[in-house]
Design a protein around this ligand. Structure first.
Ligand code: SF4
Length: 236
């Protein structure tokens, strides 16, 4: 028979264990790391998804993905959007509140500015593909952590493989550093023609940054004009 004080201790221990397991989950270490079953689950969930035959199939995989802790905070995952074929792909950081609600990329205030930026170079959203580095909204819109970026990177790579865009435009530091695999600042890389895996890449500021820093719109406009010039080159 268990005495009252022992029961209280056991209850306290169970609560502490629950907290520990939640903490481990938040750090991307679900359940008990020494369990063989969970080691296998963790290893298989970190595997590259492998070649996927269509964007629709890729979207289905993304919508069910639980590879990183961000799945626990999302309302829904947000795959990229655009009809094929396109030669221009915009890559942002991750979904925000509105994107998480609607399941579509760049539909909040920053998305409205991106739509205007695309129109400013005489294109519309249907003529480009728009996606993000991570497909699930980070809590409180914080930047994605390095392991979250790496967990989601295979999906971005699959999107690029399936769409085969000749010109990439990265929006902000996270997308630019992810694509160039550098830690350089966006201010050092923006507006220049870069090459990544044989594709042209131009980095510019994220529209959310431009909303907070309207003074940077002039530089962003220069970047966009460069994007348009490269686009015209590809269309020849
Ligand atoms: S952010 Fe990417 S890797 Fe993480 S759960 Fe969402 S889709 Fe999966």
């Amino acid at each position: 028979m268990v005495a009252g004080s022992d029961q209280a201790n056991i209850g306290q221990f169970v609560e502490q264990l629950k907290e520990f397991l939640e903490f481990q989950k938040d750090r991307g270490r679900p359940f008990l790391p020494w369990s063989k079953k969970n080691r296998e689950t963790s290893e298989s969930s970190n595997r590259h998804p492998g070649p996927i035959e269509s964007l629709q199939a890729l979207s289905r995989v993304i919508l069910g993905c639980q590879k990183c802790r961000l799945f626990r905070h999302r309302r829904q995952a947000v795959p990229g959007e655009g009809s094929l074929p396109v030669c221009l792909m915009f890559i942002g950081e991750g979904p925000g509140f509105e994107e998480d609600q609607q399941g579509r990329p760049f539909v909040g205030p920053a998305g409205q500015l991106l739509t205007k930026m695309i129109k400013a170079i005489d294109l519309n959203r249907e003529e480009v593909y728009i996606t993000n580095v991570v497909k699930c909204r980070p809590p409180e819109n914080r930047p994605p952590l390095e392991d979250e970026v790496e967990a989601c990177r295979p999906f971005l790579e699959e999107e690029i493989r399936l769409i085969n865009p000749q010109l990439l435009v990265t929006l902000g530091s996270c997308a630019t550093q992810t694509m160039t695999r550098t830690q350089k600042k966006i201010s050092d890389l923006r507006g220049r023609l870069l090459k990544v895996n044989g594709r042209r890449l131009i980095a510019t500021y994220h529209p959310a940054y431009l909303l907070r820093n309207p003074g940077a719109k002039r530089e962003a406009w220069e970047d966009l004009k460069r994007v348009r010039r490269e686009y015209d080159e590809l269309e020849k």
